[in-house]
Design a binder for this molecule. Structure first.
Ligand code: MF3
Ligand code: CO
Ligand code: CO
Length: 286
């Protein structure tokens, strides 16, 4: 996701939101489907005792075997195919030799490049059997993503997306992360617009921050990727300069889809072909 305060790739990133052609949709369908298939493949491997490095290796091999590129490798110095954000990690957790423990919840986020097009998606996974509280956070976060998606249609605004997510999350007693947001994508990984997951909030200086009222138009491509915290919204960055964790150490969850605005609503590029969009994944041993 994009850092809200700064602009990534200032050279590549355009100020205006691109409007894409029907051929561009085909490019995004291929990229989105491969990213989703990669997350489907991972579902059977997430379990207590497995390292996040192993998951990263599996994802990299999968992407390369399918003739695609892992977009995160080399991105701003990042060296891995996926981000693996466990429990109180908000996002950008780095794969490591540490093993998953029974009850962990982990977000796995992958971005692939197929023929120059970016497919960016993430889901939560359960290692063993997480507590009810952790499962509820994942359920609510999944529903937050969908509350946002349901607002996507021509004439609605980016603020409608943020409002819907914030309202649902806060009504469930959770908070919306403000430090990271969704983003335009296509041939560029992180493009305009910023897609914030709140409608409005007041910061500690009592200053009001409002989501932009940018009107959605057919042909826009962007991600929605809400990060929802069990406790307070504030995060902090670890010394590795990647891993963002909740300041109060409360659990955090996230789901992400890449999608387009269409004439009548939306098209999601990263739906799971195996219907493994949301845990628990009861996996048949075929
Ligand atoms: N996939 C993330 C996103 O949703 C970006 C990760 S960038 C990385 O935008 F370098 F940390 F991998
Ligand atoms: Co993203
Ligand atoms: Co992502």
């Amino acid at each position: 996701m994009t850092y809200t305060a700064t602009q990534e790739n200032p050279a590549q990133r355009s100020h205006n939101i691109k409007i894409h052609t029907p051929q561009d949709f085909d490019g995004m369908r291929a990229a989105g489907q491969l990213a989703a298939q990669c997350l489907d493949m991972i579902a059977q491997h997430v379990a207590p005792g497995v390292t996040t490095q192993r998951i990263d290796d599996l994802a990299r091999e999968f992407v390369l075997d399918h003739g695609a590129l892992p977009a995160c490798v080399g991105y701003r110095g990042y060296r891995h195919t996926v981000c693996t954000s466990i429990n109180h990690v908000i996002c950008h957790g780095i794969p490591s030799p540490k093993t998953l423990k029974n009850g962990d919840i982990v977000n796995i986020d992958v971005t692939v490049i197929v023929d120059g097009w970016h497919g960016d998606t993430s889901r939560m996974y359960y290692a063993g059997e997480p507590k009810v509280k952790a499962r509820r956070l994942c359920d609510v976060t999944f529903d937050c993503l969908w509350k946002g998606i349901e607002q996507v249609k021509p004439g609605n605004t980016l603020r409608d997306i943020g409002n819907a997510i914030q309202k649902y999350a806060e009504n469930e007693g959770f908070s919306v992360v403000r430090d990271f947001c969704g983003h335009g994508l296509g041939r560029v990984f992180h493009d305009a617009p910023n897609v914030v997951h709140y409608g409005e909030y007041r910061d500690k200086f009592k200053e009001i921050h409002r989501a932009p009222d940018t009107v959605l138009e057919p042909g826009m491509f962007f991600t929605i990727e809400p990060m929802i915290n069990h406790g307070k919204p504030e995060g902090k960055m670890l010394k590795d300069n990647w891993t963002a964790v909740t300041k109060d150490k409360s659990l955090s969850a996230q789901f992400e889809h890449s999608l387009a605005v269409t004439q009548t609503g939306y098209e999601i590029f990263t739906l799971s072909p195996k219907k493994l969009d949301k845990p628990p994944f009861s996996l048949s041993t075929e």
